[in-house]
Design a protein around this ligand. Structure first.
Ligand code: ADP
Length: 370
């Protein structure tokens, strides 16, 4: 019998190709003799490996460490990667160093860890922007709100987790794949002072939708642990639209400060927006507020405002649902053009950008950022 190293197939005696199915036990058996570089304890005995998954040939292994000692673990990280990639059927491995769960002082981060969330000590606030439906302007609001926050002097990152339509690179005029730094972390491409990361950098239009659900788990892990975000005041996450398992898992994995829900004022959109709000509440994510997008149309000549849809209904819904109403954005051809051309609206015409500015100020107050 022959086996192809790192391949997905091995040959059996009758020389036919059969699929190799590596298991978590295979991984553990390769790692069983590894010890901690600081105290020499056996890592397996000390239950330091967690969250091991194998997906389409990609293995992910989390190793819990004391984050202040991270550099002492870089060589071990490489050893783990090499050993796991030597297993037939696992061509790629991602090793994530996560914070030790048994740190003494309890804090939000440590509580987050005990819930299986990522530990992101350099990011002050992570907020999610969600919507019940696609096409209501969630990504447009995410980009422009992030820019408005950045224009107030805050350090802002924007994570495009919308696997179904990752549009943030286009909206910011960014292309290509992120480069890696000396620690092999992805350097977030920057535009207009925002640090960004997007599913769009990692997949192309041909990536089948059926892969996108499983991909988001591993991609999110990478986005939060293998991206050199640096210090951020706010990380804005543009969620995939809807209220399914993908969204639910995603918001449970991130220590969110809160969520903002974007809706247009039509009844159909609002119904779904309410579902989104309930989804966040179900997993104890505070609602920071609701935004009404495409609220009205203002005639460029006479400045008459026309409520094309059902202006004010998001405000009414917010009050019924006991959520704060953060503000309205008009439907404006310049908003659409600016998204398509990669020059965000909030960087342009001062007066109009004020819509996003007003919402960003409310948000900044809510987050107690000065
Ligand atoms: P979602 O993220 O909810 O799917 P997008 O932000 O991608 O929605 O917006 C969908 C389309 O609507 C884009 O072409 C965008 O430019 C346009 N759009 C969004 N908000 C507005 C607005 N306020 N005025 C005009 N066009 C808008």
């Amino acid at each position: 019998m022959t086996q192809r190293r790192n391949g997905m197939f091995k040959k059996n005696t009758s020389d036919q190709l059969t699929k190799v199915h590596p298991t978590i036990a295979d991984i553990l058996s390769r790692l069983k003799d590894l010890s901690d570089p600081i105290d020499g304890s056996n890592l397996l005995d000390a239950k330091r490996f967690s969250g091991i998954t194998i997906n389409n040939g990609l293995a992910q292994i989390c190793l819990t460490i004391d984050p202040s000692q991270a550099p002492s673990y870089f060589a071990l990280e490489q050893t783990i990667k090499e050993r796991v990639c030597a297993i037939p059927g696992i061509p790629k491995a991602l090793v994530v160093l996560t914070a030790h769960q048994a740190l003494e002082t309890p804090s939000t981060e440590h509580q987050a860890l005990s819930r299986g969330q990522f530990y992101l000590p350099n990011i002050k606030h992570i907020i999610a922007i969600g919507s019940g439906k696609g096409g209501v302007g969630k990504s447009t609001v995410s980009v422009n709100l992030a820019i408005a926050l950045q224009q107030m002097g805050l350090k802002v990152g924007l994570l495009d987790a919308d696997i179904y339509g990752p549009s943030i690179p286009t909206m910011l005029g960014l292309k290509g794949q992120p480069e890696l730094d000396f620690e092999n972390k992805m350097i977030p491409p920057e535009a207009y002072g925002l640090k960004t990361m997007s599913m769009g950098y990692l997949m192309n239009d041909e990536t089948p939708v059926i892969w996108r659900g499983p991909m988001i788990q591993s991609a999110l892990q990478k986005f939060l642990s293998a991206v050199a975000w640096g210090d951020l005041d706010v990380l804005v996450i543009d969620l995939p639209p809807g209220t399914g398992d993908v969204q639910l898992t995603l918001i449970q994995k991130v220590p969110l400060k809160g969520a903002i829900i974007v809706s247009t004022p039509q009844d159909v959109a609002l119904l779904d927006a309410k579902k989104a709000l309930l989804m966040f509440e179900r997993v104890d994510v505070p609602i920071l507020g609701m935004i009404e997008n495409m609220s009205f149309f203002e005639c460029p000549s006479c400045h008459t405002q026309t409520p094309i849809f059902h202006q004010g209904s998001v405000k009414d819904a917010a009050s019924k649902l006991k959520a704060e109403y953060l503000g309205a954005i008009p439907i404006d051809i310049q908003i659409r053009i600016s998204s398509d051309t990669g020059i965000p609206f909030a960087t342009q015409t001062k007066n109009k950008a004020l819509y996003f500015d007003t919402i960003a100020r409310r948000l900044r107050e809510k987050l107690h950022l000065t």
